[in-house]
Every structure is written in structure tokens, then in C-alpha cells.
Ligand binder design. Structure first.
Ligand SMILES: Cc1cc2nc3c(=O)[nH]c(=O)nc-3n(C[C@H](O)[C@H](O)[C@H](O)COP(=O)(O)OP(=O)(O)OC[C@H]3O[C@@H](n4cnc5c(N)ncnc54)[C@H](O)[C@@H]3O)c2cc1C
Length: 546
């Protein structure tokens, strides 16, 4: 690309950014109306619902994808002279898009750099990868058509093109969900190895006169190396690697299943991990760490796993608590080791990366409804603690926190009882009792969790329609003190609500935070869409159980 073209692009971008900032200033008085309009018509409704291989796609995501594809196709086809010209452009465009895929060694780290959630970062990664592959396919077919008589795989560049193409095809094949579910860690390592092979083969394939394409490869390597160094530096700092205090250590035990639980059923349990840190750290609610425990099993040195931090404090923390549901891999190994430990607890040398994840702004909502399923509770606990602390110290507007937790059996709830109890104990300031729980259990014996009498346990599935409607109307008779009248008294006194408008007056806002399997999440999103004008919004927590 000529230097004048680069100048024109940079100059044009600056002018456009200035115009955009000015436009934002003009629309700011209508930002609430605009936000509701965009949510109601673009970001909440789905065009394509969730299916096994694709979706869900909202109107906004379809629109953005179309724009993305259209801009790439314009660059590909504008004033094109021949098939080989299309093929050459497709190759370069594919590499330009691919730079994003190599920017950081882990998506968690990249999401932190960009200030977006891990889910969002995964979506962008996926979309960029698909368009790169699409353009690569055009490049390959274009070259096959244009050079069908002269193409020979004896030449080193063409041989490397074949290797790159095969690596890309294998990456696509491995992306089928079955491989991820079968052995996630193997999938991840293969994916990374194939990506590295692809980049190397592309570099060897490119002729020296393809400067822009070569710059893209160098940009991938440069960006990757820089972020890797940054990540290593953070890793060394967080784990206190050159400190005299030693490394982090994880103390692992199983949750306590009470005697009145139904032992005949397949009662779920949890692994409770406390990571003692050599260097205390300050974290925000809703953040997670990646745990590397090299000595737990034969292959555990090659794995890192993300887990939400359930502890939260305004101060720096010298230990982090995690709540883990055992699956089949490392989490199951931890459970087995803790179960067999003679003292009921076992410890391992551990390293962490992070803190990762963005913390949602929650203080301005009068009601916060947390809808979680199974291990999704781990994503909610730190927020609940922060909200209660905010109420106790008059730093937050929240006057009601309702945790709705759906479970297969009550085992997980029993394992989490100590954490729920400690939250309920903290929630007694000025007889506020702002925190209430509703636990729905699919099967097994229903028994009382804790002895605080501040929540309900039901058999069956939660009716999210009814739960959200009740919260909007302030109609929650089961709550200890937060009856509708009390709720309105508190919020009217704080000047957030107009009781005559049945709890939906100016300024009242409710946030629905979800950590649910995909189908339930979609359902809640469509329910919340109906209440957007009433001040209800929804947000997805960093961890969504499947
Ligand atoms: C941001 C985030 C926070 C999480 N927080 C928690 C939590 O607090 N408590 C909890 O119980 N679970 C949490 N999880 C899920 C947890 O990380 C995985 O279930 C765990 O890694 C399983 O380990 P395993 O070897 O036993 O899994 P396996 O039995 O081998 O696999 C079970 C499933 O876990 C997922 N998984 C496995 N390894 C990883 C990995 N390295 N990264 C992402 N997903 C993986 C895959 O979907 C896989 O299908 C979180 C996941 C994410 C993405």
C-alpha cells in the first residue's frame, strides 16, 4: 500500500471519529430512549434461534455480520481485473483479518485488554476466523482456476501453501462441538498448534514482494510476542515467583452434604478451593482466574482451567475462594483427591493467571435478580457480597437482591450453604434483609438449606416469566421483610420510586444477571425484552454453565 493511501485512511478515520464524538454529544439527552429502542429492536430479539451448530443470532449481530462480510467483499471485488487478482486480494484480506486471531496467547487476556467479556471476545474470534477461512477458500480456488496448467507442488512455496491449507481445514473440522466436548484441553492444544503451523507455512509460502501480506504475518508474531511477554510478566508478579514467600497453594476440600440429604439419589457435590496467595490482590466482583495445578495428575501440567472467584472484599485479599462442580477431567481429579484425603482436605502447589473478566456496574439498580443454574452460583456470589456491602455502607442503591438457583439435586446447595449463610449473616444491617434466595431442585429429597428462614426451596423448575413479573410489580410475599409495601417504603424513602405507579416510577431500575444454559438464557432474554420500558435490563455473567 502506498504511503499516501495510508495517510488518507488515517486522516479520514480521525475526521470520522471527531464527527462520531460530536454526534454522540447531540444524542446524549435521548440516550435512555435510544438504549431501550436499540435493545428492544436490535440486541434482544433473535432472528435465528439457538441450534446445535449455529445461533442464536440477534438482529444486531446479523446486521454487524452482514456489514463485516459486505466490507470484505467490497475490498475483494472493487475494480477487480481478473480471477488471479481476486485470488491474490482474498489471500491478503484473509491475512489482515487473521491478525486479530493471533493478537494474544489466550482469549481471556485479549478480552481484558479490549475491556470486553470473554463471551464477546469468543464471538469476535469466531466471526473473524470464519471470514478469514472464507477468504482463504476463495484464494485457494482462485489460484487453482487461474494457474491450473502451471501449478506444481514440487515448488517450496506451493508445498507450504498445501500445508497451510491442510492446517486451516483441520482447524475447521476440529471446531465441531463434539471435539470440544470430548476432550476440551486436547482440542485447545491442537487448535493452537495448528494455528502456529498455519502461520509458519503462510510465511514460507509468501514471495518477498508481497509486502502487505508479510507485514500481516509480522504483525501477528509481533503482537503475539508482546502480549505473551506482558502475560508472563503478570504471571510472575501475581504468583510472586521471585519472592521469598513461596508460591500460591490451593487447599481443596469437598462440600459438606448434610445428614438429612437423600443419599440414595445421585447427590451432586462441589469442590471448595482456597488459593493462598503470596502477594495479596484486589479484585472486583464477577472476576475469574485461570488455575494451573501441575501436580494433580499426569497431564495436569498441560492444562489451565478458568474458575470464578466467589470471595469479594473492599480490601486486598490474601486468599481466593473457588466453588467448582466436578466434571470428568481435572475438576473430577480434585474431587477424588479431596474425598480420599484423611483430614478431608488436601493441598497442591498452584499458579494462577488473571484476574480476568469485567465487573458489571450494579450499584445503580434498586433490584438485582440473579438467575443461576448449577455451578453458575459461583459467578453470582461475589456480586451478592458486593451489593450487601454496598447497602450496609450506603454506597449502592440496591434494596432487593433475589437469587434464583436451579439445581439437579440439593447437594450443590448444601455445599454452598456456608457461603450463603455468611452472606445472610452480613445482610442484617438496619434490619434491611435485602437478600433472599429461591432454590429450585429438579429431583431428590427437598430439605431446608441453612436455618436462617430467609429463602425457599421448591421442587421443579423456576417459572422465569412469573419470577420477573413479580419482581417488576414488587409482588414477593415469601420474603421475610421485603413485602411489596416494605419494598416501596424503602425505595420511596430513597427517592427512587413513585409508589403510586405501582413500583415502576421514574428512576426505578432492575438488573437481571444470568448464569444459565443457552436455552434458558435465550428465554430470559425474550422475557426481559417485554419489560425494557419498565427499567429492566439483562446482563450475562462471565461464566455460563452448559
Ligand atoms: C470464565 C469461566 C469461569 C468458570 N467458572 C467456573 C466455576 O466457578 N465453577 C465451575 O464449576 N466451573 C466453572 N467454569 C467451567 C470450568 O472451567 C470447566 O468446567 C472446567 O475447566 C472443567 O474442567 P475438567 O477438566 O474437569 O473438564 P472436562 O470434564 O474435561 O470438560 C467438561 C467441560 O468443561 C469445559 N472445559 C474444560 N476445560 C476447559 C477450559 N480449560 N476452559 C474452559 N472450559 C473448559 C468444556 O466445555 C468441557 O466440555 C468456568 C468456565 C469459564 C469459561
Amino acid at each position: 500500500m502506498e504511503i499516501i493511501n495510508i495517510y488518507a485512511i488515517v486522516f479520514g478515520s480521525i475526521l470520522l471519529s471527531l464527527a462520531f464524538i460530536k454526534a454522540l454529544y447531540y444524542v446524549s439527552p435521548w440516550k435512555n430512549v435510544l438504549a431501550i429502542f436499540i435493545s428492544k429492536h436490535l440486541t434482544y430479539p433473535y432472528i435465528i434461534h439457538r441450534h446445535h451448530f449455529c445461533g442464536p443470532w440477534t438482529r444486531a449481530s446479523v446486521f454487524l455480520h452482514l456489514c463485516y462480510y459486505a466490507s470484505n467483499l467490497t475490498c475483494l471485488l472493487f475494480a477487480v481485473s481478473s480471477v488471479s487478482d481476486i485470488a491474490r486480494r482474498a489471500g491478503v484480506l484473509s491475512l489482515i483479518n487473521m491478525v486479530f486471531l493471533f493478537v494474544a496467547p489466550s482469549l481471556s487476556f485479549l478480552a481484558d485488554i479490549l475491556g470486553i467479556s470473554l463471551q464477546m471476545c469468543r464471538r469476535i474470534h469466531r466471526s473473524t476466523a470464519w471470514i478469514s477461512i472464507f477468504l482463504l477458500a476463495i484464494h485457494i480456488f482462485g489460484i487453482l482456476i487461474a494457474e491450473k496448467n502451471t501449478l506444481s507442488f514440487q515448488d517450496a512455496p506451493n508445498l507450504h501453501a498445501l500445508i497451510a491449507g491442510s492446517a486451516a481445514a483441520t482447524i475447521v473440522l476440529l471446531c465441531f462441538p463434539i471435539f470440544r466436548r470430548l476432550a476440551y484441553e486436547c482440542f485447545l492444544k491442537f487448535h493452537e498448534a495448528l494455528a502456529a503451523l498455519y502461520l509458519y507455512a503462510v510465511w514460507r509460502h509468501l514471495p518477498p514482494n508481497q509486502l502487505l501480506a508479510l507485514y500481516c504475518v509480522y504483525a501477528c508474531v509481533g503482537a503475539f510476542t508482546s502480549t505473551l511477554c506482558l502475560q508472563i510478566a503478570t504471571f510472575v508478579y501475581r504468583n510472586g515467583l521471585f519472592m521469598s514467600k513461596g508460591y500460591p497453594r490451593a487447599y481443596i476440600r469437598c462440600g459438606i452434604i448434610p445428614a438429612n440429604a437423600d443419599k440414595t439419589k445421585d447427590v451432586e457435590n462441589a469442590v471448595i478451593v482456597r488459593v493462598a496467595l503470596p502477594r495479596p490482590m484486589k479484585l472486583d466482583a464477577g472476576q475469574y482466574i485461570n488455575l494451573w495445578m501441575p501436580t494433580v495428575g499426569i497431564f495436569s501440567w498441560a492444562q489451565t482451567h478458568p474458575f470464578m472467584v466467589i470471595s469479594w472484599s473492599t480490601e486486598t485479599q490474601s486468599s481466593l475462594d473457588l466453588f467448582i462442580k466436578p466434571r470428568k477431567g481435572l475438576s473430577a481429579a480434585l474431587y477424588e483427591r479431596a474425598l480420599k484425603a484423611p483430614e478431608g482436605s488436601v493441598s497442591f502447589a498452584t499458579f494462577i493467571t488473571g484476574l480476568h473478566g469485567i465487573s458489571q456496574p450494579i450499584d445503580q439498580y434498586q433490584t438485582v435478580l440473579l438467575l443461576v443454574n448449577g455451578p453458575g452460583i459461583a459467578a453470582a456470589l461475589s456480586y451478592v457480597r458486593k451489593l450487601i456491602r454496598g447497602y450496609n455502607t450506603s454506597f449502592s442503591r440496591t434494596r432487593r437482591i433475589h437469587l434464583v438457583w436451579e439445581l439437579k439435586t440439593l447437594g450443590l446447595a448444601a455445599a454452598a450453604e456456608e457461603f450463603l449463610d455468611s452472606l445472610l449473616e452480613e445482610d442484617t444491617f438496619a434490619d434491611g434483609y435485602i437478600f433472599t434466595t429461591s432454590i429450585y431442585v429438579e429431583s431428590g429429597k427437598v430439605f431446608e438449606v441453612g436455618n436462617h428462614n430467609r429463602g425457599s426451596v421448591y421442587q421443579g423448575h423456576p417459572d422465569y416469566d412469573e419470577i420477573i413479573r413479580a419482581e417488576v410489580l414488587g409482588d414477593f410475599p415469601n420474603s421475610k421483610t421485603n413485602s411489596k409495601a416494605e419494598h416501596e417504603r424503602m425505595t420511596v424513602a430513597d427517592g427512587f420510586i413513585d409508589s403510586e405507579k405501582n413500583g415502576k416510577g421514574q428512576g426505578w431500575k432492575m438488573l437481571v444477571m444470568v448464569s444459565l444454559p443457552g436455552k434458558q438464557r435465550d428465554r430470559v432474554q425474550s422475557i426481559v425484552r417485554e419489560y425494557l420500558q419498565d427499567g429492566v435490563a439483562m446482563t450475562e455473567l462471565e461464566f455460563q454453565p452448559d
